[in-house]
Design a protein around this ligand. Structure first.
Ligand SMILES: Nc1ncnc2c1ncn2[C@@H]1O[C@H](COP(=O)(O)OP(=O)(O)O)[C@@H](O)[C@H]1O
Ligand SMILES: [Mg+2]
Length: 508
């Protein structure tokens, strides 16, 4: 039998909304099969159907040629299907072994059985080159290791088919390379893999075939060796895309933002920014490279007035803005494309028109003598909708909620740039967007720089940091550990710094 899994004509609806419409995916034994699609295309839904988390409204699933009904994850496990989820489901203060046997604990002789389980886990770990310590506590191991525990969990339950849902999203470049090796090892030992991703580079590197879905529709399956990133991108978004970011060298001017010895804590009063120093000059893009959770969020919130500064100073255009109210900071000349566009970027129930004047509604020309001039709102909104190609259903009167993620983001970027700030902060500006929107946003950031503005970019994507920045500041554990010229560094070097290894090779 050539196929271990066949999903034929799968349809899945969520109350009228069709997330999967007649999708077919056939997994061969011993292959790495990539499932490619933009955010929201329906990838996780399809795999959740295979794992028994959702019941499809139509279509057929076959395992080794036999039609099956996968009513819940236990049935999936029984059929040899295991899933490594995007967000790990591990108990922090349990050991690796305790987590792996959780839910399928040996009932009698608890202690001895646990020891036996640890032995088996050790053996599996060695067989697949996972290097996991069965007795380590989850809270003490890295995200990369936790993911391997999830892999071991599926193997311990006898998985022959492994589904990985965007497994590289929170890994360092080194961990990504290691994961790719682990996948190849799994294949060599006879397993079959479905790899969900929207990263073309990973697909080209590791997969045998690719199934593409777009907006819930199956587009088709191609052989990796016979395709190219350009073709895949086109299949994914449905039109041609440019990959290269064209930009000249920067000519930095005076310091616009100066952050000195900054200390900021999170909501639990634990310090997240620990004496951080950073500056951004006019006419340059400084990219902050780092793994999620190293103080990026708190740094941006402190600069924009959303979090309180414990100590240290933030200076904009030679004026202290430390702990000013967000509105005062906005008025001082900061534009902010926030990390969470729903929480801090837009009021989803407001129209696009009202969202566009969110920070300026009380100023001239939008308001005169305390009265809002709706003609002016409309004029401004339409100008931005046009310039930034914001696709709305009903123009300025469309509620922000009704726009796709990419168009919401374009509206925010248009609004922030239109206020002409001296410093533009772009936090994960392209997260979850398709390649076309990414290209558009990158060129807008570069355009700001070329107008002599300062741009601070925060990103978890190394490609983005390397291509867009003029200078890279690496953040680790709340401080900037190094600054690099993107032309003179490598993903490898950046990855090591991001993981806390200093240049001398020692771990901090
Ligand atoms: N449980 C659910 N209820 C309603 N809508 C959902 C649910 N899960 C996913 N969707 C919607 O289905 C679409 C596909 O989602 P998903 O499969 O998660 O996409 P992907 O994994 O490709 O990013 C999205 O528009 C999403 O909002
Ligand atoms: Mg998903």
């Amino acid at each position: 039998m050539e196929y271990v899994i066949e999903m034929l004509g799968i349809r899945k609806e969520f109350g009228g909304f069709v997330a999967n419409d007649n999708i077919t995916l056939q997994l061969k034994k011993g292959e790495i099969h990539a499932l490619l699609g933009e955010n929201g295309a329906g990838k996780s839904t399809l795999m959740n159907v295979l794992f028994g988390l959702y019941q499809p409204e139509g279509g057929e699933i076959r395992v080794k040629g036999k039609t099956v009904k996968i009513t819940d994850p236990n049935v999936a496990n029984g059929l040899g299907i295991g899933m490594v989820h995007q967000h790990f489901m591990l108990v922090e203060n349990f050991t690796v072994t305790e987590n792996i046997i959780l839910g399928s604990e040996p009932t009698t002789f608890g202690y001895i059985k646990k020891k036996q389980a640890a032995k088996e886990i050790q053996a599996l770990s060695e067989k697949y080159g996972l290097d996991v310590d069965p007795y380590a506590k989850i809270e003490d191991i890295t995200v990369g290791m936790q993911q391997r525990v999830e892999i071991l969990k599926t193997l311990y339950r006898g998985a022959e088919i492994l589904i990985f849902d965007e497994p590289t999203a929170s890994l360092t470049p080194q961990e990504i390379t290691e994961l790719m090796q682990i996948m190849k090892r799994l294949i060599a030992e006879g397993k079959s893999i479905v790899l969900i991703t929207h990263k073309l580079k990973e697909i080209m590197e590791v997969s045998d075939r690719v199934t593409v879905i777009r907006k819930g529709q199956g587009i088709g399956t191609v052989v990796t060796a016979e395709t190219s990133p350009t073709e895949l991108a086109e299949l994914m978004v449905g039109r041609q895309v440019e990959f290269t970011t064209v930009k000249t060298d920067a000519t930095p001017g005076e310091v616009i933002l100066d952050v000195k010895d900054l200390v900021v804590s999170d909501y639990r009063n634990i310090n997240k920014v620990k004496g951080l120093n950073l500056n951004v000059r006019a006419g340059e893009i400084v990219g902050i490279a780092g793994i999620d959770g190293n103080g990026q969020t708190e740094l941006i919130e402190a600069i924009t007035g959303l979090a309180k500064v414990k100590s240290g100073e933030i200076i904009l255009n030679n004026k202290k803005i430390t702990n000013l109210k967000p509105r005062k900071i906005t008025e001082a000349g900061i534009g902010h494309i926030p990390q969470d566009r729903h929480k801090h970027g837009l009021v989803l129930d407001f129209t696009i028109g009202h969202n566009i004047v969110l920070q300026t509604y009380y100023q001239k020309p939008i308001s005169t003598k305390g009265m809002m001039d709706y003609k002016q709102v409309s004029k401004k909104a339409n100008q931005i909708i046009e310039e930034y190609d914001v696709r709305t259903g009903n123009g300025e009167n469309t509620p922000a909620r009704a726009l796709s993620g990419g168009n919401q983001q374009k509206a925010i970027i248009g609004r922030e740039i239109n206020r002409n700030p001296d410093l533009l902060i772009a936090a994960l500006p392209t997260r979850g967007l398709d390649v076309g929107a990414i290209e558009f946003i990158h060129s807008r950031l570069i355009e700001q720089r070329d107008k002599g503005k300062a741009v601070l970019l925060i990103s978890f994507e190394l490609d983005e940091v390397m291509n867009v920045s003029d200078r890279i500041a690496v953040i680790y554990d709340g401080t900037i550990v190094d600054e690099l010229n993107p032309k003179q560094t490598s993903e490898q070097e950046l990855g090591l710094l991001m993981a806390g290894h200093s240049k001398k090779g020692a771990t901090n």
